[in-house]
Design a protein around this ligand. Structure first.
Ligand code: GRF
Length: 226
């Protein structure tokens, strides 16, 4: 657990692309709102915008290019070695677009979180916004969850709800959801740093030590970011 001032929580952020969620974390740390030390940003793709964002903020970057490994297991092993060199207490997946092996996930059980642009368990996987539109949903959103073996299936910590508006296409909907995503990671990472949220041995999310049956909701009174 992090002492907010003297002992910030060490984290590593994994990305595959644009890195706008990474930027929201960087900005919160820079503003003094997040008791976190981003020890490294690791990408499975070279040359992506998120790596530039990290470099501009003076954060170590690494590329572990999945295309250089013969299979998933070999890539995940190399990724694990790269991550563990920085000794993070939390691994944050921010637009990291790789399916992870059970061995990798198990290694970080309770110490790895992901953000997904839907109200999980609905619409896991890719092309989320298009599928939400095709299903005619009036409301969508985003979810932060602990990572387990099931893709986008781990216990949910926080959700934000976002209306689907007449005339939306996948792009406009993605942009509206992304605005909420950018508010979410700073909230959840702060909870983790303060020891308020954890995954227990029953794979149940505990908030202030109480098991929660449903994810917390952004903008419910208690969870509004300061
Ligand atoms: C976000 O929508 C996130 O939920 C999903 O991938 C996107 C990443 O965007 N997993 P960015 O790279 O953080 O800008």
């Amino acid at each position: 657990m992090a002492d907010a001032v003297n002992n910030p929580l060490p984290i590593v952020v994994l990305i595959s692309g644009r890195g706008s969620n990474l930027q929201s974390i960087i900005d919160s740390v820079a503003a003094g709102d997040l008791p976190v030390e981003i020890r490294a940003v690791i990408s499975n793709r070279p040359g992506v915008q998120g790596l530039q964002r990290a470099s501009q903020a003076g954060i170590f970057t690494r590329v572990v290019d999945h295309s250089h490994y013969p299979d998933r297991a070999a890539f995940d092993k190399a990724l694990q070695v790269a991550i563990d060199a920085y000794q993070p207490e939390l691994v944050v997946l921010a637009g990291f677009m790789r399916i992870l092996t059970p061995a990798f996930v198990h290694h970080y059980q309770g110490r790895m979180i992901n953000i997904h642009p839907s109200l999980l368990p609905e619409f896991p996987g890719l092309n989320t916004h298009q599928r939400v539109l095709e299903a005619g949903r009036a409301v969508t959103g985003a979810t932060i969850h602990f990572v387990t073996e099931e893709m986008d299936g781990g216990p949910a910590i926080l959700q934000a709800r976002v209306p689907v508006l007449a005339g939306d296409d996948a792009e406009s909907l993605a942009a509206r959801v992304l605005e909420q995503e950018h508010r979410m990671y700073p909230v959840v990472i702060r909870w983790y740093a303060e020891g308020r949220v954890r995954l227990d041995t029953e794979r149940q999310v505990r908030f202030d030590d109480v098991p929660i049956k449903r994810p917390r909701q952004l903008d419910s009174e208690a969870d509004a970011p300061c």
